[in-house]
Design a protein. Structure first.
Length: 384
């Protein structure tokens, strides 16, 4: 599917910093496949099909930059030999009943993956090559060290290692960082011909209440820093759980500081935490640190609505977030059950209340958009 000239212009303006509204990005996985009537296994193994479906849905929703979200957390673990579960209506996920490293001795038999052959690493590299060849923005992504350790060891086992055998936990994290993740980031950079482009890690497992601040300090952030020391320009995001620390200000701001240490250019804060605490603390922190702010709208809100609540929350996040140096709105995960009307409404609300420069427009000034069915849209644009 070809992008319209207006869409290409919108992407170009955003990348040049010339957007006229608060930018909107979205993580859309299964929702893409459902809208397109595709097959989950084909969508996550066939680079051409994956790109076609994602571009169609990107164009349908008129987002600002295509996301191309495959199952980011699984790629390196699968390449190492970790089993995945495949379901007809879900993207693949880790088989958590059968961790690859069931016993500590299992680590000794692991070998680094071959980025050109192992698992679906070739699929990801082909997605990136096709994006780059088409002139589309593409991000180098990886599963951050701690979350990767969770996926191959199991969360309970890893936490027991951290508490009772820290040297083994560090040995595991060092192996994953040096022998798996660093070569994988470099292979992705090579695939796009951009040896210095940013590598973006995802680290949701390293979040309260799963971990505490002390674990973050010793077992999480140092390994992202290690990647930076060795290959440069690496960030890590996707942390959540700060609302659990909100009533303990010292720990709350310590966590924000740790997040900023592995992503100094942008602070990413997500629902449900932002909804619980309000967006204001994150906007003020980002402003004080002269950082961009990304606020993530929650999956359940987008899925279940109601529409007035979606509009109200978009308005609040935009008004509060605009206090930061720069604001980006993000949809955490558009679920397979989310009605397109909800997504279109959220986008329209952010465009309306987020027109730059942001001003306090009354809630009543918003007009709900007319939503074209996806089937009708695809008929106009020629299908897949």
């Amino acid at each position: 599917m070809k992008l319209s000239p207006a869409t290409k212009e919108r992407i170009t303006r955003l990348l040049k910093g010339e957007a006229d509204t608060v930018p909107i990005l979205a993580q859309i996985n299964e929702h893409v496949v459902k809208l397109c009537g595709g097959n989950m296994r084909e969508a996550y193994t066939d680079a051409a099909k994956f790109l076609e479906m994602n571009l169609a849905v990107f164009e349908y929703y008129q987002l600002d930059v295509p996301g191309f979200y495959y199952d980011i957390y699984n790629i390196e673990a699968e390449a190492l030999g970790q089993r995945l579960n495949w379901e007809s209506d879900r993207m693949p996920d880790i088989d958590r009943q059968n961790p690859l490293i069931r016993e500590q001795s299992d680590l000794d038999r692991l070998r680094p993956p071959d980025v050109k052959k192992s698992g679906r690493m070739p699929f990801v590299l082909e997605v990136m090559r096709r994006c780059y060849d088409s002139g589309l923005p593409v991000r180098v992504r990886f599963c951050s060290p701690f979350s990767l350790a969770v996926n191959v060891r199991g969360i309970e086992n890893l936490l027991m290692d951290v508490l009772t055998d820290p040297p083994f936990a560090h040995r595991l994290l060092t192996f994953l960082t040096d022998e798996v993740l660093i070569p994988w980031v470099q292979a992705q950079r090579e695939a796009t011909g951009q040896p210095k482009v940013s590598g973006n890690g995802a680290d949701a497992a390293a979040s309260p209440p799963i971990v505490n601040v002390e674990i973050l300090e010793e077992f999480v952030m140092p390994y992202v820093a290690r990647m930076n020391e060795k290959i440069g320009n690496v960030t890590s995001m996707g942390y959540w759980g700060y609302s659990y620390l909100y009533h303990h200000p010292e720990k709350f701001y310590k966590m924000l500081g740790l997040m900023a240490s592995v992503s100094p250019g942008a602070l990413m804060c997500l629902d449900p935490d932002v909804a619980k605490t309000g967006p204001e603390p994150y906007a003020e922190y980002a402003r004080g640190k002269k950082m961009s702010l990304m606020l993530g709208l929650g999956t359940l809100l987008l899925q279940d609505g109601p529409l007035p609540k979606i509009v109200e929350q978009c308005r609040r996040y935009v008004l509060a977030g605009a206090r930061a140096e720069r604001l980006v709105m993000f949809f955490n995960d558009v679920s397979i059950h989310t009605p397109p009307q909800n997504v279109h409404t959220a986008i329209a609300a952010i465009r309306h209340f987020g027109k730059l420069p942001v001003e306090e427009r009354p809630l009543e000034s918003f007009q709900y958009p007319e939503v074209e069915p996806f089937e009708s849209f695809m008929g106009r644009y020629g299908g897949l």
